[in-house]
Design a protein around this ligand. Structure first.
Ligand SMILES: O=C(O)[C@H](O)[C@@H](O)[C@H](O)[C@H](O)COP(=O)(O)O
Length: 315
């Protein structure tokens, strides 16, 4: 950790709001595929070892309403990680060739571990990391060298292992209060929209990120948008803050739903039996009047669930 805090302190406080924070060190698996929000019943074997395509009978709640979203289920978290790396790499190639940049938003939590295959061959060498711009969908308001920091988690497990440009890593200003950090991050995004690093949704006018890689909590929260919390209803701000987070630490900043749902691609990455009940609720139960945050994820583009078998065990 000493290396982290040293290099962070080396960033001058007069740095641009984009604040490059790090030195240049930043540097077909077995699965069930449920397509387009439809429930699988009898798996049909298709090409490839232990790969199944499932026919649908009835809609999965929420996803089918918009005819979007697919659910991929892997035999293990290891296979999930392999597929997630390919998915991310394919999107990196697509956006890099289409517009010369790739804007990627990550959450904290176990997601970072699920990205581990990206820092191994072939992807570590084949991805054009210089085109990546990395953001956090939420961040805890703690110093960047604190064990609770999502920045530190991503740096240690991912960013330090690939040559992403330090100026393309957008973390919060940890010297500010929660309110200040949220405003500052929104200002940062506005600069990047103006300079066209981030595109804008024609439909909503909100920033449109190329890919959001999101984890989900066992209560159905995503980002720092928690069940029943008023922040779920924020319609204007791009970034907001919370001081009473049910999951510690209390103070965080978070993207709002209008920004999350303007995305071109969202991957919801969920593993482990502890999350099976909420996966079941999210994908099967359309009737609950009070939606969980995860049920409000409905991007302008494509939503893909990456589940391991345990997380999908109640589907
Ligand atoms: O800062 C955070 O707390 C995260 O960004 C949060 O939204 C996380 O993604 C989920 O809580 C899932 O975390 P796990 O995968 O570790 O359960």
């Amino acid at each position: 950790m000493a290396a982290v805090s040293t290099s962070l302190r080396s960033v001058p406080s007069s740095a641009s709001p984009l604040r490059p924070l790090r030195p240049s060190l930043f540097a077909a698996p077995a699965r069930l595929l449920f397509s387009a929000g439809i429930r699988a019943v009898s798996p049909i074997r298709v090409a490839g070892p232990r790969r199944f395509c499932c026919r649908a009978t009835s809609p999965i709640a929420g996803m089918a309403e918009k005819g979007k979203g697919k659910v991929e289920v892997f035999d293990s978290e290891e296979e999930l990680a392999v597929s997630l790396a390919k998915y991310t790499s394919d999107l990196s190639s697509k956006f890099t060739s289409e517009r010369g940049a790739f804007t990627v938003v990550v959450s904290g939590g176990s997601l970072i571990k699920s990205l581990r295959k990206l820092v191994e061959p072939p992807y570590v060498d084949s991805i054009d990391w210089s085109k990546w711009h990395v953001f956090w969908v939420d961040e805890r308001v703690v110093p960047k060298d604190h064990d609770d920091s999502n920045y530190k988690l991503a740096y240690d497990g991912f960013l330090s292992k690939v040559p992403i440009l330090p100026g393309n890593v957008y973390s919060i200003n940890d010297a500010l209060s929660a309110e200040g950090a949220a405003d500052d991050y929104e200002t940062c995004l506005k600069h990047l929209v103006k300079s066209r690093v981030i595109t804008t949704s024609d439909k909503t006018g909100f920033p449109k990120f190329d890919l959001m890689l999101l984890g989900m909590g066992p209560d159905g929260h995503i980002a720092s948008l928690f069940p029943g919390h008023p922040l779920m209803n924020e319609k204007e701000k791009w970034i907001t803050f919370i001081k009473d987070s049910p999951k510690p630490p209390l103070e965080r900043i978070t993207f709002t739903f209008p920004v999350i749902n303007s995305s071109a691609y969202i991957a919801l990455v969920v593993a482990g039996a502890g999350k099976a009940p909420v996966v079941q609720t999210a994908l099967r139960d359309s009737q609950n009047s009070e939606k969980l945050p995860v049920q409000l994820v409905s991007p302008e583009g494509e939503l893909t669930w990456f589940l391991d078998r345990d997380a999908a065990s109640k589907l």
